[in-house]
Design a protein around this ligand. Structure first.
Ligand code: ADP
Ligand code: MG
Length: 615
């Protein structure tokens, strides 16, 4: 039960709709009751051919009216008898039938109105949840994603949220509608025969217990099923992204086998889950009917005999009411199963929503609007995972003065990218700190910090949108002239203006309609437009051929002018003119100085340099 209220928490913002829903459900239940209760006069008329009985009733005169079942029945009987006397039985029957139609119509009208107000709650809850997850995805640090599958996160956002939608819906119906219906029906049944109703109340929970047993294992199956969905999505996502390589390496068979295996596991789980859910309906029907038959026997005994405790018409009406209890009781069990399934999804979604945001804004941030003096790495050490043996960065000390270009070189895996990632706080140092103008970067807001920086990486990150929007990405009120100006500096204007729709051309997923060099120049134009004082270039030209490298390098040189730059370069020729070159090895700075000084030193830099000169 506690878990059901957990889901209901999401409904908080929609209480107005909830109240309307309850109101209409109440009305619907009342009219439903009326329509069934009409069975009683109907039966009375059918069996009233005994004219002596009619005369008896009429002779007694109009009975007094109290709010008690006996009095109500006496009054109905008197009313019917006088009506039959005045017209005939058929006339009365027509009247009753019309009355039933009207009450049934109203019952269903109110039922619909009840549903009408559930719809915005149900969809609103799902919308809120999706928004919350997306918001969370944006604030979670990059480190979160190296440990998670992308497909799994996507499946949490889609499949799990949909699952919750269903379980929320059924729990809402259960909580708002069924108790109202059950209460009203039970109350009128009590008034008709408290003995029978007490018996039913003892028997029904026993049936409920049996049904509840199966629900337990359902949640576990559901969790596994959702995990498998996540893996399936991951494989699909990776395959779509890497189709070129899959085909080139003839890996279709392997990928297919991998997919089919998970898909089979998934199917087996689903078959198990379906069978268990499907059991709920026959089981609850069997239990329900068994209880019904017991009541039938006990009630029948009360009607038979020389001194019947109940009339046949009353008993049949009672049974009709009782049969109406079975539907809500059944939806109660279905809801119970659904909620068990939904809870597995709730847990998966909550795992994202409650994930710790390791990199956050400081509580009382200091202001740093302009970058004036220098960036300083102070005793910085870092490991991606706590338990890891050995640091990825080990006790780095480095000062970068404003306006200078600092180059990071060294073997692949020596920690250059990691070191650059610390500056915009993609990762925080495990030890030590980074200061800008003497202020720790943890003491300023992420927005302030990142507004100081422009980043161009080896893989250009572009979005499926127009060239204009890709260049103006993340900025507001950008004019066309500004975008063109930036594109010109980035050597991108020429190829863009030759495109069919110029700046309004869509560049496809991740920009796949452009060549590598073009993509990179668009990324550079984006950095130019942002006009940040600090630049981070991580192997920005490494993936390019010599011809486009020349264009991109030229664009980069223009971009770096009058800025402070941290340049990671694979090809040493591109950073010869840097103010300072830092040579890294296994997470440590092993040499540091200008090109000429380092060459003269005959050390690691010289070795790297000589290796490349042969190429
Ligand atoms: P470089 O840019 O100099 O080639 P990196 O900074 O990318 O080197 O990597 C330094 C080391 O950190 C490598 O040994 C690499 O395996 C490891 N590493 C990089 N990224 C991650 C990550 N997200 N999770 C765990 N280890 C990582
Ligand atoms: Mg790198």
């Amino acid at each position: 039960m506690k878990n059901i209220f957990g889901i209901l928490q999401y409904v908080k913002g929609y209480w107005r709709f909830a109240i309307l829903n309850i109101l209409f459900n109440l009305l619907s239940a009342v009219f439903g009751l009326f329509s069934i209760a009409m069975l009683f006069p109907f039966l009375q008329v059918l069996f009233s051919d005994d004219s002596k009985k009619l005369q008896d009733i009429l002779l007694k005169g109009k009975p007094q009216f109290h709010l008690s079942p006996a009095s109500i029945m006496e009054n109905i009987n008197y009313f019917l008898a006088s009506d039959i006397q005045a017209h005939d039985s058929l006339h009365v029957l027509i009247g009753i039938c019309l009355f039933i139609i009207v009450t049934i119509f109203l019952k269903n009208l109110f039922r619909y109105l009840g549903m009408f107000f559930i719809a915005p709650i149900r969809n609103g809850v799902v919308k809120d949840m999706r928004n919350n997850i997306f918001k969370k995805i944006l604030v979670l640090p990059l480190s979160y994603y190296s440990d998670e599958r992308k497909g799994d996160i996507m499946s949490r956002m889609t499949a799990d949220v949909r699952e919750i939608e269903w379980s929320v819906l059924s729990s809402l119906e259960m909580v708002f509608r069924e108790p109202v219906t059950i209460f009203i029906y039970l109350l009128s049944m009590f008034l008709m025969s408290w003995q029978l109703t007490t018996l039913a109340l003892v028997l029904l929970p026993i049936a409920g217990l049996v049904i509840g047993r199966i629900g337990k294992s359902l949640k576990k199956t559901s969790t596994e099923e959702k995990e498998k969905t996540g893996i399936l999505m991951s494989i699909m996502d990776e395959t779509l992204g890497g189709l070129r390589i899959v085909k080139a390496f003839n890996a279709e068979k392997n990928v297919k086998q991998k997919f089919e295996k998970i898909n089979n596991d998934y199917t087996n789980l689903m078959v198990k889950a379906y069978r268990r859910v499907d059991l709920s309906s026959p089981l609850s029907e069997f239990m329900g009917i068994t209880v019904f038959v017991i009541i039938l026997y006990v009630g029948g005994k009360m009607v038979l005999g020389n001194h019947p405790a109940m009339s046949g018409a009353v008993f049949i009406t009672y049974l009709a009411l009782f049969s109406q209890l079975i539907a809500p009781a059944k939806s109660f069990t279905t809801a119970y199963y659904n909620i068990q399934k939904g809870l597995a999804s709730t847990e998966r979604v909550n795992k994202i929503l409650n994930a710790e945001v390791a990199i956050q804004d400081p509580k009382s941030p200091k202001t740093l609007i302009n970058f004036e003096k220098q960036i300083e790495y102070k005793n910085v050490s870092f490991a991606y995972r706590e338990a890891e043996i050995g640091w990825v960065l080990n006790n780095i000390n480095l000062k970068v003065e404003k306006g200078k270009t600092i180059a990071l070189v060294g073997q692949s895996g020596s920690g250059k990218t990691t070191m650059a990632d610390m500056l915009p706080r993609f990762y925080d140092p495990s030890q030590g700190e980074i200061l800008i103008d003497g202020i720790g970067i943890k003491d300023i807001t992420l927005a302030d910090l990142r507004s100081l920086m422009g980043i161009v990486t080896q893989e250009s990150i572009l979005f499926n949108d127009t060239l204009f929007n890709n260049i103006a990405f993340g900025m507001e009120n950008v004019t066309e002239a500004q975008v063109i100006e930036a594109a010109k500096i980035a050597n991108a204007h020429e190829f863009i203006s030759q495109m069919p729709q110029g700046y309004q051309t869509n560049i496809g997923d991740r920009g796949n309609k452009l060549s590598g060099g073009q993509r990179q120049r668009v990324s550079i134009a984006r950095a130019v437009l942002k006009n940040p004082p600090i630049l981070i270039l991580d192997e920005a030209t490494s993936a390019l051929d010599t011809e486009s490298e020349r264009l991109v390098q030229d664009a980069l040189n223009k971009l770096m002018k009058n800025r402070t730059s941290l340049v990671i370069a694979h090809r040493l020729s591109t950073i010869q003119h840097a103010d300072e070159i830092i040579v890294m090895q296994k997470g440590e700075i092993i040499e540091q100085g200008t090109h000429t000084v380092l060459l003269a030193k005959n050390g690691a830099y010289r070795k790297l340099h000589d290796l490349q000169s042969f190429v």
